[in-house]
Design a protein around this ligand. Structure first.
Ligand code: NDP
Length: 314
């Protein structure tokens, strides 16, 4: 028969996860602190467990998706030995250190452990729009990969091989169910890397919209130009990535000196228009340091050296 699965945590995301398993016919046991959130799933055929212990006992694959790792520990710590050959898949967001710690915890309780990160909204779960990345022992992933594909149905283009290190994750596919490697911390690291990208892009858009607003331009009038610009920048990434990996940053388009000149305009414009100038000043400060370090004639990717270092005290 199909692998019995358990979903612990039925918030917006947990409900979507359990729903995807049910739609694919997996016998699904669910548990949530607030039991009423299981009503819709029970109507679809899920079995509601009365305790976390009973819920875990009901599945061979146990997915947990709650607010944070503190909640994960609170729910699972009391359960000595209950993992007993089961594989726990933790899709709760957290840090790489927390993921590694739970990996050791699970190993002590005789269970497998995969940490995962969801790069999708609940409505995307179970569709080709979802990407979920996993890290932990390859054997745990291989054992349950067909089940996990219910959650993120897209095709991964490449996955890490023996999963020994971050380098194995080179060429991670853009969609679907993706295995990153053996280090439990990798999913959280990829998650924060994507979040950093997302917030920087969104903040750039919001800052730009605030600048344009001073001239009476609506954000909707900026959106399509912004979208086009993001696409242009996205096209530079493979080349810049190669330069970062090679440690050589020849200026193919423009030099850091040229960028710095434009950054000064951005700071001046923001200050004189009375728009928040913190982000432009931060970017300019990093770039000033790169120039002071002799990188003015290099391409933009040389700024990686500023990001590799801890923040400077101000
Ligand atoms: P919700 O706020 O909708 O749900 C939180 C869930 O955690 C609820 O089931 C809640 O139980 C449970 N919970 C919180 N604290 C405890 C506790 N101490 N003991 C037991 N249960 C607890 O959040 P989401 O479902 O949206 O998110 C869950 C995780 O998924 C988060 O880590 C989030 O970062 C991640 N994620 C979410 C995405 C999204 O778009 N929603 C996207 C990618 C990742 P109760 O119902 O009883 O309050």
């Amino acid at each position: 028969g199909l692998t019995p699965v358990t979903v612990l945590g039925l918030g917006l995301m947990g409900q979507a996860l359990a729903g995807a398993f049910l739609r694919d016919g997996y016998p699904t046991t669910v548990w949530n602190r607030t039991a009423a959130k299981a009503d819709g799933l029970v109507a679809e055929g899920a079995k509601l467990a009365g305790s976390v212990r009973d819920a875990v006992a009901g599945g061979r694959l146990v997915v947990i998706c709650v607010s944070d790792y503190e909640a994960v520990r609170e729910l699972l710590d009391p359960l000595e030995d209950v993992l007993d050959g089961r594989v726990l898949v933790n899709l709760t967001s957290g840090t790489s250190a927390q993921a590694r710690e739970i990996g050791e915890w699970a190993a002590r309780r005789g269970g497998g452990y995969l940490d995962g990160a969801i790069m999708a909204v609940p409505a995307g779960i179970g569709t080709a729009d979802a990407t979920i990345v996993y890290s932990g022992p390859r054997t745990d992933f291989d054992l349950h990969e067909p089940v996990l594909r219910s959650l993120a149905a897209g095709t991964d283009r490449a996955t890490g091989t023996d999963g020994t290190a971050g380098a194995e994750a080179a060429g991670v596919g853009a969609a679907g169910t993706v295995y990153l490697g053996g280090d439990h911390g990798l999913s959280s690291l990829f998650e924060v890397a994507v979040l950093s990208l997302m917030w920087n892009i969104l903040n750039g858009f919001l800052h730009g919209a605030a600048l344009l607003e001073t001239a009476g331009i609506k954000a909707t009038a900026f959106a399509s130009l912004a979208e086009q610009a993001i696409g242009t920048v996205a096209g530079w990434l493979p080349g810049y990535a190669q330069q970062i990996d090679d440690g050589a940053y020849p200026a193919l388009d423009s030099t850091i000196d040229t960028h710095l000149g434009a950054m000064e305009h951005l700071v001046q414009e923001s200050v004189s228009l009375g728009v928040n100038a913190e982000f432009p000043k931060l970017i300019k400060a990093l770039t000033d340091r790169a120039v002071a370090g002799g990188r003015g004639g290099d391409g933009y990717a040389a700024l990686i050296e500023q990001f590799r270092k801890p923040s400077e005290a101000r």
